[in-house]
Design a protein around this ligand. Structure first.
Ligand SMILES: Cc1cc2nc3c(=O)[nH]c(=O)nc-3n(C[C@H](O)[C@H](O)[C@H](O)COP(=O)(O)O)c2cc1C
Ligand code: SF4
Ligand code: SF4
Length: 277
C-alpha cells in the first residue's frame, strides 16, 4: 500500500507521533510518505491508498491552517483515511473536525487517535503543562493504533478500527465544544494579545515570516503582522532573538477561565491522577 501522512505541527509533538506511525507502516512493508502541511499540496492527499491527517488542537478544535487545507481538497472518492491529534488535555472537537472535513470530501475515515503533547503556549497559566508528552506510553499507543489501522485496511474491513478514539466520529459535546464554537479567529483576536515586536532585538532573519502558518508576517524592513493572526504564537515562542512579546494581563485570565485544570478534568481528556505540570 502507498500511505501518505500529512501533519500540521508547530512544536514537534504531532510530527513525532506521525513519525512513530510511519515507522510501523514501513515496518509492515508499506511505502510511506510524511509530508508537513507547509509543503503539502492537494495532490499529496489525493495520491496513495491510505491518507493520515494529523494536527495539534488549538482552542479545542482543529487549527485554521489544517481546516483550510482540507476544505480546499478535491473529491477524495472513498479514499481510506484516518486522523490523529495531540492536545494539552482539552481536545474538544479536534478529531471530529478532521473527520468531518475529510468525509465532506468523500473520504472513508476508518479511525482516529488522540494523545497529549507538551504545551508551548506563552499564556503564563499554560506554560510547562504536560511536560515531556508525548511520552513512551503515548508513542506505544500510537504504534498500536497504526498497526490496527494497517491490519483493518489490509484486510478490507469496513467500519471503524476498534482502537479508535470515540471523539473521531461524533462531537464530544459539552463545555469544550461550546468553547470551540465561540473561539472563532475573530474572537481570539479580540480576547488574546497580539505579539508585539521589539525591533531592537530583531535581526531580520525572516524565520517568523516562514514559520507563520497563515503567512501573516511581512518584513518591511522589520516584521509586521497583518490582520489575519490566529494567535498561534509561533512567532513569539520560536523567534531565536525572543523579539516578540505579549501583554498577558487580561488574556491570561481569559485562558485560565476556560482552560483551568478543574474544567479540564471535568470536561476535557485528563485522566484521574494524570500529571499536568
Ligand atoms: C495556540 C495554541 C492553542 C492551544 N489550544 C489548546 C486547546 O484548546 N486545548 C488543548 O488541549 N491543547 C491546546 N494546545 C496545546 C497543543 O494542542 C499541544 O501542545 C500540541 O501537542 C502541540 O502540538 P505540536 O507540537 O505538534 O504543535 C494549544 C497550543 C497552542 C500553541
Ligand atoms: S524570527 Fe525574530 S529575529 Fe527573525 S525576523 Fe522574526 S522577529 Fe526578527
Ligand atoms: S502572526 Fe504569529 S501568532 Fe499570528 S498567526 Fe502568525 S505566527 Fe501565529
Amino acid at each position: 500500500m502507498d500511505i501518505t501522512l500529512i501533519y500540521f505541527s508547530q512544536t514537534g509533538n504531532t510530527r513525532r507521533i506521525a513519525e512513530a506511525m510511519a515507522e510501523v507502516f514501513r515496518g509492515a512493508g508499506h511505502a510511506t510518505r510524511l509530508v508537513s502541511l507547509k509543503k503539502a499540496s492537494p495532490q499529496d492527499a489525493v495520491a496513495g491508498d491510505l491518507l493520515g491527517i494529523g494536527t495539534p488542537c488549538f482552542s479545542s478544535q482543529a487549527p485554521t491552517p489544517i481546516k483550510a487545507f482540507l476544505k480546499n481538497l478535491p473529491a477524495l472518492e472513498s479514499k481510506r483515511a484516518f486522523v490523529f491529534a495531540t492536545s494539552g488535555g482539552a481536545p474538544g472537537r479536534v478529531l471530529f473536525d478532521l473527520t468531518r472535513l475529510l468525509q465532506d470530501k468523500g473520504a472513508d475515515v476508518v479511525g482516529g487517535f488522540l494523545t497529549c503533547g507538551e504545551l508551548h503556549h506563552p499564556a503564563p497559566c499554560l506554560q510547562g503543562r504536560m511536560p515531556d508528552r508525548p511520552n513512551a506510553d503515548d508513542f506505544a499507543q500510537a504504534r498500536r493504533f497504526a498497526a490496527a489501522v494497517i491490519e483493518h485496511v489490509s484486510a478490507g474491513r469496513t467500519g471503524a478500527v476498534a482502537e479508535s478514539h470515540p471523539d473521531t466520529f461524533k462531537p464530544r459535546g459539552g463545555f469544550y465544544d461550546l468553547v470551540a464554537f465561540i473561539s472563532t479567529d475573530d474572537f481570539l483576536r479580540l480576547m488574546l494579545p497580539e505579539p508585539k515586536l521589539d525591533p531592537a532585538r530583531c535581526n531580520q532573519c525572516q524565520w517568523c515570516v516562514y514559520e507563520c502558518p497563515i503567512h501573516n508576517i511581512t518584513l518591511q524592513p522589520y516584521p509586521i503582522l497583518g490582520d489575519h493572526c490566529i494567535r498561534c504564537y509561533r512567532c513569539l515562542t520560536g523567534c531565536p532573538q525572543k523579539a516578540f512579546a505579549a501583554d498577558w494581563r487580561l488574556g491570561n485570565l481569559a485562558v485560565l477561565t476556560f482552560y483551568n485544570t478543574t474544567f479540564e478534568r471535568w470536561f476535557g481528556d485528563l485522566k484521574p491522577g494524570e500529571r499536568i505540570y
